[in-house]
Write a protein that binds this ligand. Structure first.
Ligand code: PRP
Length: 193
């Protein structure tokens, strides 16, 4: 099988024939994740939040974030898909896996890797609220603020980014690239989509 991911040096890769450069390295990401974990630990002191990770993209961020939360917390997952194999959100959200936990009366923290158009988050929040939780808040590593089409309240945001296509640290391009510990952005001259 031909490799889709080629690592050139510390800062550049080729993924599915297109060139990407590091925009946030692992240290920068981990520092911010630690800050978010510390804030959540303070904000939810005495409570027992349930973190709902949105698969697939959020798995790496969620794992690192949970390790930085110093209070009782639980975890469950929902699986959605909106992108398909393309670089632009399809605008059609599909639920591929429902949550197992009973959210009635719970403090829910929805954990995303990225909020782009906001359609996925709006869809998830509707599902969460239908289960009568005590509270629902949102944690997202990235907010692509220029692409947002529907307003959703984002309570904890790691980084606000421009309308650029990013991969790594859980985020994929046609299902590859999720394993990269750094975040990469498509080189500008490559982005003709
Ligand atoms: C990505 C990301 C969010 C969503 C954001 O998921 O993880 O769930 O898109 O886009 P939106 O704000 O425009 O709705 P994707 O559909 O790529 O699936 P994945 O998590 O499996 O990569």
């Amino acid at each position: 099988m031909t490799a889709n991911l080629l690592l050139h040096d510390d800062r550049t890769i080729t993924l599915r024939g297109e060139r990407f450069s590091v925009c946030m390295d692992s240290e920068m990401i981990q520092n911010r994740v630690a800050e978010l974990g510390a804030r959540i630990s303070v904000d939810y002191e005495g409570k027992r939040p349930i973190l709902i990770g949105v698969l697939n993209g959020a798995f790496m961020f969620l794992a690192d974030l949970m390790k930085k939360i110093r209070i009782d917390c639980e975890v469950d997952f929902v699986k959605l898909s909106s992108y398909g194999a393309e670089k632009i959100s399809s605008g059609v959200v599909r639920e591929l896996k429902k949550i197992d936990a009973d959210l009635e009366g719970r403090h829910v923290l929805v954990v995303e890797d990225i909020v782009d158009t906001g359609l996925s988050m709006q869809y998830i929040l509707d599902i969460m609220h239908s289960q009568n939780p005590e509270s629902v808040k949102v944690v997202t590593l990235l907010h692509k603020y220029e692409a947002t089409e529907v307003h959703v309240q984002l309570d904890y945001v790691g980084f606000r980014i421009k309308n650029q296509f990013v991969v790594g640290y859980g985020l994929d391009y046609g299902q590859v690239g999720r394993n990269l510990p750094d975040l990469y952005v498509l080189d500008p001259h490559e982005d003709d989509s």
